[in-house]
Design a protein around this ligand. Sequence first.
Ligand SMILES: Nc1nc2c(ncn2[C@@H]2O[C@H](COP(=O)(O)OP(=O)(O)OP(=O)(O)O)[C@@H](O)[C@H]2O)c(=O)[nH]1
Ligand SMILES: [Mg+2]
Length: 352
Amino acid sequence: MGAANTKKRKYRKEKKKARKLDQQLQISKDQKAKEANILLLGTGDSGKSTMVKQLQILYNNGFSQKEIQDYKRVIQDTIRFSMQNLLRSCEELNYTLKSETESLVGIFNKGFNDHEVCFTKKFGKTMATLWTDPALKKTWLKREKFQIAENSDYFWDNINRIYSEKFQPSNKDILYCRIPTVGVKEILFNIGDKQWRIVDVGGQRNERRKWIHQFENVDLLLFIVGVSEYAKNLYEDKNMNRMHESIKVWKDTLKTNHFKKIPTTIIFNKIDIFKETLSRVSLKHCFPEYTGNDNFEEASRYIMDNYLTKRILKKRDIKYHFTCGTNTEQVQGVVEKLINTIIYNSLEGFLL
Ligand SMILES: Nc1nc2c(ncn2[C@@H]2O[C@H](COP(=O)(O)OP(=O)(O)OP(=O)(O)O)[C@@H](O)[C@H]2O)c(=O)[nH]1
Ligand SMILES: [Mg+2]
């Protein structure tokens, strides 16, 4: 009798425990259905933070006044430092400036570090005139040989606007501007009835050591590749081709246990620069065995096959998109596809 009662009590206790566990599980499932964590990985300069800026524009009402003012200074600094870099590279390439331009170089160098001067309209005009020199344009076309901020030509083309008193950076200016990420940045977005937490990390070598701390609870992995980077070497290692590095990092990422069952998408980014670069630098520069033509279709297919090899595709269902990260409409299209196809189909199934 006593034994039967004890058994009953034990059974009720077990049942209560199981019910509580079910409730807890349901709460965390509901929570999970409302939240998703996206991790952005990729080597430095590939366009991760640009993607985050786009999400901020598309889903978070854009940039605050404080952010806009901070970008204003970054843009004006970029113009000045990139021009200094361009002049130095022009000299190294032994290109000759026009004699009228030559005299402006002294004015530029003198005003470069003088904060009373270097943000004035007059200084901007000096740089605008320097930028008209054919030798500097020719140097820009050899930019893969040195390290210079992407999109500097866009900023030089817009110097007069940027140096006007009323200058307020537009979304496009901010998207074109580069601040390498140090550490980890987390941004929250609401899309539909879901809250998204996007984690953006620094992609340069010394930053990658910190990635591992972000590998838990990832619902979607986005790996960004700057396709135009096939023609450049790393900022942090002048002897290493950027695309070789990116492929290596991608393969190491796939081997990581944490991501084996995580939905993964590659974004092949910077297609605008890629198309322009192909007209000047053959894909053979990065892949000497490449025998195709240097047009977008063939070259992009070849690059894609290097990331998504048959062996990788056999093991994993990985999605991919080609984008121009600075084109808001295009990025929106990709984000919508990610939401519709990955999140609401496979990922929902995966989470439940
Ligand atoms: N023209 C063009 N520029 C792009 C594109 N995507 C990114 N950029 C530019 O490339 C530069 C680097 O982009 P970021 O988003 O800062 O790169 P990142 O991957 O965050 O780099 P790290 O923070 O160093 O890891 C910026 O100047 C961007 O404006 C693109 O598709 N086209
Ligand atoms: Mg970044």
